[in-house]
Design a protein around this ligand. Structure first.
Ligand code: ATP
Length: 239
């Protein structure tokens, strides 16, 4: 069964058509990358898939159920992290995670928060206020929050954008391991082509609101007659 099935999505903002007739599926345990130039429509697509904005037309099914009709039920098995979403600044890291654990009605909230603090090496930061953290430290809290409810689908908008190469590398390893071990599906946007090559089983390239190419990193490189995804990106971007 597809974890996520989006069909013929369209989204307009006034005169701008951000997403045009976009369809995609994500299977169980699959890590899917959504790539494209700035303004191609990636975040708008993710926001429709998460029910944050409503498509003008088209439909989204999560775990076989229509998102518009079974919103609360299906979204309890999904989570999302993006560096542009702020967590409450005056709260301390531990308080933020505790608050989300309660919001998600977890069975063992304190134990799960402890696990996430350990997984993302947040121990030394747990009493620090969100507003006092560096952007990379905030990103780690965002990811910890996004994994609290053991989502079957994890949607990540540029998950490692603010991380230094060392932390970024460790987080990529951690997310890949998680997908392998738990069978959770992931949908990731990124401008880091090496990250996408390393993590994604399947990649969709978007341009001007549409998916214009799909495949594994290897398939895309051979289709475009180039060596790697970076060069595929440049070819797609330059038409
Ligand atoms: N709320 C909004 N109101 C008006 N226009 C919007 C809105 N959100 C997005 N857009 C427009 O829709 C288009 C797609 O934007 P989107 O943020 O989805 O692109 P993106 O691929 O995520 O870009 P980036 O790589 O820069 O994050 C852009 O032209 C953007 O200006």
């Amino acid at each position: 069964m597809a974890i996520l099935e989006a069909t013929h999505l369209v989204k307009r903002f006034g005169p701008v058509t951000a997403v045009r007739d976009l369809s995609l599926t994500v299977g169980e345990g699959e890590v899917t990358g959504l790539l494209g130039l700035n303004g191609a429509g990636k975040s708008t697509t993710l926001h429709m898939l998460l029910g944050l904005i409503t498509p003008d037309s088209g439909s989204v099914r999560l775990f076989g159920q229509d998102l518009a009709r079974h919103r609360i039920e299906v979204l309890s098995r999904v989570n999302f992290a993006a560096s542009y979403v702020d967590l409450p600044g005056p709260l301390r890291v531990r308080e933020v995670l505790d608050a989300f654990a309660r919001l998600y009605a977890l069975r063992r909230p304190a134990a799960r928060v402890d696990e996430m603090i350990e997984l993302f090496e947040l121990g030394p930061l747990r009493r620090r206020r969100m507003m006092d953290l560096s952007s990379g430290q905030r990103t780690r809290v965002q990811l910890a929050k996004a994994l609290l409810n053991e989502p079957r689908l994890l949607v990540l908008d540029e998950p490692t954008a603010n991380l230094d190469p060392d932390v970024g590398d460790r987080i990529r390893g951690l997310l890949s391991r998680l997908a392998d071990e738990t069978g959770s599906a992931m949908l990731i946007t990124s401008h880091n082509m090496r990250e996408v090559e390393r993590m994604c089983d399947r990649i969709h390239f978007m341009a001007d609101g549409r998916i214009v190419a799909t495949g594994t990193a290897g398939e895309l490189a051979s289709h475009y007659g180039v060596d790697d995804l970076e060069e595929v990106f440049l070819k797609v971007a330059r038409g």
